[in-house]
Each structure stands twice: as structure tokens, then as C-alpha cells.
Design a binder for this molecule. Structure first.
Ligand SMILES: *Cc1c(COP(=O)(O)O)cnc(C)c1O
Length: 234
């Protein structure tokens, strides 16, 4: 199956699932997660009509997307989402490159984003990442601290918070995590929910997802992390 075939099948599945749950398919956006995949694979997805992409590292995205953007036909545009953890020393590059940053999860980062947005006069949309499973090794604000953090980001720092993002624990059923994220968003009248990946995006639609982050189901299996880290030969 080609990238174009995979995209067509996933788009069809999204549409059918949305209708089954009485949702408007237009409310559900597919983010093609292109991390670790070469620019040629992204170009294939663009040729198949895909316009929204996700990357989890600033540096990797900076190596691929400026050239891809420059080579777009004039009637096309790309929307690039940062879905991986963001260090404060990369905030400047992230704001310059990304249209949406989904991994806001702590005070220090919120302050850095607010300062850099003012300096660059550019305000990418932000999602707050919630660590719904309270996993020690995972990024995200804890569910108990989420309400105060959301209020602080919006009211004190005036950040453009559009929604919430979560990555459920790999060893648990995602449904309660999707439900928890939806409930926190509802309390704050946040309309965007980024949840659902290759293995569970239809379930996420059922729970109200508005952004699905799908990688392997579009681009195929990624190399194991060890190989990814070793990168190109010297
Ligand atoms: C890699 C990644 C995805 C995509 O995962 P797949 O299982 O390949 O669909 C989604 N969200 C985040 C945050 C990721 O890092």
C-alpha cells in the first residue's frame, strides 16, 4: 500500500466513523505524523492532498519543512504541529517554524512561550498536554493541576490556548483517558481535542477528538528508537 492509498483509507474510515457517531466529518482533522520519515515521504503525502503534519522534534522538522514549504504550489499551504516535548532553549525556533504547538505542559515553558511570542509577533495556537495516566516518564501537566494551569496560561499569560492533547498509557485502554481529557476541556470551554493515534483513532472520534495524530498507519513502521538516534553514518 502506498502513502496515498493509506491516506485514502484512513480518510474514509474517519468519515464513516464520524457519521456513525453523528459527528460532522469536517470537525475532525487528520495530522500526518511524519517524524523519522524523509522529506520524500512527506512530499508523497502532500501530493495526495495532505496539508497537516506533525513532528515531535524541532530540529528534525527544521531540516525538512522549510524546503517542503518553499516547493508548494501557490494554491497549497501546510500546517505544521509540534507534538513532542519542547525544551525552553528551543522555543524561539519552535515559534518560528510551527503553526501549532501541542506540548505546553509547565509554567517555565508557558512563560518562555509568552515572551518569545511577543518578541516575534507570531502566535502559534497552543494545546496543553495532559498526562492523563500520571506516568512519571511522560510529559504533560497532571490532571489534578490542569485546571489551575489552563487558567494561568489563559488569564495571566494571555496565551492562545485552543485545546488539550493527551497520549494515553500504552498498556491501558485509552477510553477513560480520552473521556478525562474531554471532561477537562469541557470545564474550560476548550473545543479542540488532540487524541487518537494509528491504533485508536476511531475510538478517539467516538470520544470527541478534533485532531487525530496518525503516523505508522500512513507512513509505515518507523525504525526502532536506537537506530533513529544513531542517525546517518559519519
Ligand atoms: C509518534 C506519535 C504519534 C503517532 O503515533 P502512531 O502510532 O505512529 O500513529 C502520535 N502522537 C505523538 C505525540 C507521537 O509522538
Amino acid at each position: 500500500m502506498s502513502i496515498a492509498d493509506n491516506l485514502a483509507e484512513i480518510r474514509d474510515q474517519i468519515r464513516r466513523t464520524a457519521l456513525e457517531w453523528q459527528r460532522d466529518p469536517a470537525d475532525i482533522r487528520l495530522i500526518a505524523v511524519s517524524k523519522t520519515n524523509p522529506a520524500e515521504a512527506v512530499a508523497e503525502a502532500i501530493a495526495a492532498g495532505q496539508a497537516v503534519f506533525g513532528e515531535n522534534r524541532v530540529q528534525e522538522a527544521a531540516g525538512k519543512f522549510p524546503a517542503l514549504r518553499a516547493s508548494l504550489p501557490s494554491d497549497r499551504s501546510l500546517q505544521l504541529h509540534l507534538i513532542g516535548p519542547l525544551q525552553t532553549n528551543k522555543v524561539k525556533d519552535a515559534i518560528a517554524l510551527f503553526d501549532v504547538i501541542q506540548s505546553l505542559d509547565r509554567e517555565k515553558l508557558a512563560v518562555a512561550l509568552a515572551g518569545e511570542m511577543a518578541r516575534q509577533s507570531k502566535r502559534p495556537d497552543l494545546f496543553i498536554q495532559v498526562n492523563t495516566g500520571e506516568e512519571a516518564q511522560k510529559a504533560g501537566i497532571g490532571p489534578r493541576d490542569a485546571d489551575a494551569f489552563i487558567r494561568h496560561c489563559r488569564d495571566d499569560l494571555n496565551l492562545p490556548i485552543r485545546g488539550l492533547m493527551c497520549i494515553p498509557p500504552a498498556d491501558q485502554h485509552p477510553a477513560p483517558h480520552f473521556a478525562l481529557l474531554r471532561e477537562i476541556a469541557r470545564r474550560h470551554q476548550l473545543t479542540e481535542l488532540s487524541m487518537g493515534m494509528s491504533s485508536d483513532y476511531t475510538l478517539a472520534i467516538q470520544f470527541g477528538a478534533t485532531y487525530l495524530r496518525v503516523g505508522t498507519a500512513i507512513f509505515g513502521a518507523r525504525p526502532p528508537l536506537k537506530e533513529q538516534a544513531s542517525g546517518k553514518p559519519d
